[in-house]
Design a protein around this ligand. Structure first.
Ligand code: AQP
Length: 345
């Protein structure tokens, strides 16, 4: 079976507090990419349990990410939207890829080092193997492109290394089973735009993150207009007015971050924002940013709440998506078994 010409895959973890970084770095791009392409968007719940999740919270967060996908504009009929644990192929292929990936490769992953912190001995094995599960998510659908934020670049490079090694190790049986040019594609990351790495509103050197202890560090997709306004007004800045040229943002991480957020929310570039606000004080710029953020995010939060009031409908969307994902995934698992020499009934 030949690989499809272009297939998009990406995922978001249901770990709560979906934020502006997740939206601008990932979900907004999922929406833009869906036109005319085959897109598979996954709530990666098996990734979430690599760190402790309260069972009741996890269920709610799985539905919340699904609601966010739909509220942001992803069409679950035209695309495949589902949660990872409903398609067993993810875990099956992850095991195979664990046997392809090398310890040295995983030892270099910076996200594991950041998330495990100093207490590495106490981190779950799943957290260490997280990147091979991510490779499995992508390769299970032989996806050609993956829209992600900047923080996932290293994991995408690893996915390519794993795909390459699999294709090399099994070149003979891949060809014998009728697959030309290797079995897995060399998946391309899609990391573009002015907000591929949205930073904390409290510290311009730290990524905006769900797990930051300070809620004021992030704008949550579920925040109402008042919360958005308060957080933007409290966002850390410096005493200088905004520059008129990109060059002037160098060494000013907080200013750079707010300009990037404005640009992404207005579908423009940082240059456009500086053309309009160069020389302005932060008080004026922040007021305009609040207005824009409320205009763009307010309806998303409202729609998420509406969808969350009907969990049965969300579950039906996930179930339908999983049925359609399984058709592709099962074929890959059959192919992989044939390629690596496992007997199947
Ligand atoms: N700050 C960010 N800027 C741009 N993109 C971001 N993403 C995450 N944070 C930013 C992108 O969002 C997608 C889904 O992320 P995820 O939930 O699967 O995992 P994550 O990257 O671990 O998210 P967080 O918020 O940073 O969670 P914690 O605090 O648990 O570590 C990905 O495409 C990611 O690049």
């Amino acid at each position: 079976m030949a690989a499809v010409a272009e297939r998009i895959f990406s995922g978001v973890q249901p770990t709560g507090n979906l934020h502006l970084g997740n939206y601008l770095g990932a979900i907004k791009r999922f929406v833009d990419l869906q036109k005319g392409r085959e897109c598979i968007y996954c709530v990666v719940d098996l990734h979430a349990i690599t760190i402790w999740q309260e069972p009741e919270d996890l269920k709610r967060h799985i539905r919340e990410v699904t609601a966010a996908f739909i509220a942001c504009g992803i069409d679950p009929k035209a695309n495949i939207v589902f949660n990872q644990s409903q398609v067993s192929g993810h875990a099956e292929l992850a095991w195979v890829l664990n046997c392809v990936a090398r310890m040295g490769w995983l030892n270099r992953m910076t996200q594991f080092k950041e998330k495990a912190g100093k207490d590495r001995e106490n981190a779950s094995v799943g957290l260490f193997a997280y990147p091979t599960l991510m490779a499995a998510d992508i390769l299970l659908y032989r996806a050609t492109h993956v829209p992600v934020g900047e923080d996932q670049k290293q994991h995408l490079e690893l996915t390519r290394d794993i795909a390459q090694k699999f294709n090399n190790d099994y070149a003979r049986t891949i060809a014998a089973n009728g697959h030309e040019d290797g079995y897995f594609p060399m998946t391309e990351p899609l990391i573009a735009g002015p907000a591929t790495r949205v930073m904390s509103l409290r510290d311009g050197s730290k990524k905006m993150s769900k797990s930051d202890a300070s809620d004021n560090s992030r704008i949550n997709l579920a925040d109402d207009a008042d919360a958005i306004a308060t957080k933007v007004r409290k966002a850390k800045t410096d005493p200088e007015p905004l520059p008129s040229e990109l060059e002037g943002l160098k060494g000013r991480p907080e200013a750079d971050n707010l300009v990037g957020i404005f640009a992404a929310l207005s579908d423009g570039a940082k240059e456009d924002v500086l053309r309009d606000f160069g020389g302005a004080q932060f008080s004026a710029f922040k007021a305009a940013l609040v207005e824009l953020a409320v205009e763009k995010l307010g309806p998303i939060g409202g729609e998420m709440k509406r969808l969350m009031d009907d969990p049965a409908s969300i579950d039906a969307i996930l179930s339908d998506g999983a049925d359609r994902a399984r058709v592709i995934a099962d074929q890959t698992i059959r192919d992989v078994k044939d390629i690596i020499g496992l007997v199947r009934g």
